[in-house]
Design a protein around this ligand. Structure first.
Ligand code: DP6
Length: 404
C-alpha cells in the first residue's frame, strides 16, 4: 500500500466504457501523433456490463514520479510514450488555467497517483485499452477541472490508443481522420446519442485464442506497408461506408446498419489476410459465428443480426432488442450450459425462453458443434453512455491506493 500524505490529496474518479467499431480503424498515417488512415465509427457499450473505473489523484507529498496501478499491478509509465504524451498534454492545459488564475492550487506541478481497474477479466480478450485510456484522460481532466469538451479531449486520448478517443462519448461515435498534419482535426464526435437508438444490443461471444494475436498497433503497420487492398479500403471503401452507416443510424435502419457492419469487418480482415506475411485474427470459431448470423438472417427472412470482429477471434453480434429471442435466444439454445455469462440487466427478457428463436435445424450442423466447443463465455450488453464521474475513489483521502 502506498504511503499516506500530510498535504491535501486532490482526487477525481470516473468510469469509461468499451466501444466496438462497426467501421474499423486500421492503419496509421502518423505513428507519433497516432493519426489514422481512415475515419471509423463505433457503438459505445453499456457500462452496466463492461467498464473501467479510474481515480486520478495529485498531492505535493507524493514521491516525484507519476504512478499508475492497473488491476492491482504497478505499470511502468515512464517507458510508455503513449501514457506520457497523454499526461503531458493534460498537464499543459492545467498549467494554462493556473497561469490565468493565481488562486488555483498548482496541481500541474504535483505528481499524479492513478489507480484503475476493469470490471471484466483481461483474459476475456476484450480490448481494454480503449476504456483504459479514455478513463485515464477523463479522470485527470476532471481532477484538473479542465473546461475542454469530450471532443477536444479525444485529441489527447487518441495519443494513448486510437480507439480510446471514441470511448469519451456515449452512443454512436465517429472518429474523423482529419486533414491537418498536426492531427488537430483528428477528433471523435457523437453521431447520435444512445437515446436516439437505445434498442441496439450487442452479444459478445468470447472465443479462446490458442496463441496471442499480433498486437493491433503492429498488425496495422504491417497491413499499411504490405497490403495492396489496403489503399482502396482507406481511400474509397471506408469514406462511402461512413456516409452510408451514418444515414442508417440517423434512420435507425437496422438491415442497412447490419450489412455495412458485416461487410466492413470482412474487408478489414481481408486486408489482414492480404498483408505479407498474412495476419489471421479470426479462427474457425469466428467463422462459425459468421455462418450462424447469415443462417439466422436467412431463416428469419430479414437481417436481424450483424457480426463484427476486432483484432482477435471474439465475435460481437449486434441486434435490436425486439429480436432478442431470434438472435440471443438462438445462440443460447446452441451453447446451452457450455458457455457462462447468461445473466445481467440485458438478460431479463431472455430468462424465460424455453425454445430457440430460430429452429436449430435451420443452422448448419457444423456450426453448432464448433460454436459449442469454442465459445467459453458470452457477454450480453447494449449501447450505452459515455464516461460518468463517480465518488467510489480508488485512492483514499490520505492518498493510499485501494486495491480491490
Ligand atoms: C481492430 O486502438 O488498439 O479494434 O491506436 O495502435 O492503440 P492503437 O490501436 P487500437 O486499434 C483498434 C483496432 C480495431 C478497430 C477499431 O477499434 O476501430
Amino acid at each position: 500500500m502506498a504511503s499516506s500524505t500530510q498535504s491535501p490529496v486532490y482526487r477525481a474518479t470516473t468510469t469509461a466504457p468499451v466501444n466496438i467499431a462497426v467501421i474499423k480503424y486500421w492503419g496509421k498515417r502518423d505513428t507519433t501523433l497516432n493519426l489514422p488512415t481512415n475515419s471509423s465509427l463505433s457503438v459505445t457499450l453499456s457500462q452496466q456490463s463492461l467498464r473501467t473505473l479510474t481515480t486520478a489523484s495529485a498531492s505535493a507529498d507524493y514521491p516525484a514520479e507519476d504512478t499508475l496501478t492497473l488491476n492491482g499491478k504497478p505499470q511502468d509509465i515512464q517507458s510508455s510514450k503513449r501514457t506520457l504524451a497523454c499526461l503531458s498534454s493534460l498537464r499543459s492545459l492545467r498549467k494554462s488555467l493556473e497561469d490565468a488564475d493565481a488562486s488555483l492550487p498548482k496541481l500541474s506541478t504535483f505528481p499524479l497517483r492513478i489507480v484503475s481497474e476493469n470490471n471484466f477479466p483481461t483474459a476475456a480478450g476484450l480490448a481494454s485499452s480503449a476504456a483504459g485510456f479514455a478513463a485515464l484522460v477523463r479522470a485527470v481532466a476532471n481532477l484538473y477541472e479542465l473546461p475542454q469538451s469530450p471532443r477536444e479531449l479525444s485529441r489527447i486520448a487518441r495519443q494513448g490508443s486510437g480507439s480510446a478517443c471514441r470511448s469519451l462519448m456515449g452512443g454512436y461515435v465517429a472518429w474523423r481522420t482529419g486533414e491537418q498534419a498536426d492531427g488537430s482535426d483528428s477528433l471523435a464526435e457523437e453521431v447520435a446519442p444512445a437515446s436516439h437508438w437505445p434498442e441496439m444490443r450487442a452479444l459478445v461471444l468470447v472465443v479462446s485464442a490458442e496463441k496471442k494475436d499480433v498486437p493491433s498497433t503492429e498488425g496495422m503497420q504491417t497491413t499499411v506497408a504490405t497490403s495492396d487492398l489496403f489503399a482502396t479500403r482507406a481511400q474509397t471503401v471506408v469514406p462511402e461506408r461512413m456516409d452510408a452507416i451514418e444515414a442508417a443510424i440517423r434512420d435507425r435502419d437496422f438491415p442497412k446498419f447490419a450489412e455495412i457492419t458485416m461487410r466492413d469487418s470482412n474487408t478489414f480482415h481481408a486486408t489482414c489476410l492480404d498483408s505479407w506475411p498474412p495476419i489471421f485474427y479470426m479462427n474457425d470459431v469466428s467463422r462459425a459465428a459468421v455462418r450462424l448470423v447469415h443462417d439466422i438472417n436467412r431463416a428469419v427472412g430479414r437481417t436481424v443480426a450483424a457480426y463484427t470482429f476486432d483484432a482477435g477471434p471474439n465475435a460481437v453480434i449486434y441486434y435490436e432488442e425486439k429480436d432478442s429471442e431470434l438472435v440471443a435466444g438462438t445462440v443460447k439454445a446452441i451453447l446451452g450450459s457450455s458457455a457462462s455469462g447468461w445473466e445481467g440487466p440485458f438478460y431479463e427478457n431472455l430468462a424465460h425462453l424455453s425454445a430457440p428463436g430460430v429452429s436449430l435445424d435451420q443452422i448448419d450442423t457444423r456450426v453448432l458443434d464448433v460454436l459449442k466447443g469454442g465459445v467459453s463465455r458470452v457477454i450480453l450488453t447494449g449501447v450505452g453512455e459515455g464516461p460518468v464521474a463517480v465518488e467510489d475513489h480508488l485512492v483514499t483521502e490520505r492518498g493510499e491506493a485501494i486495491i480491490n
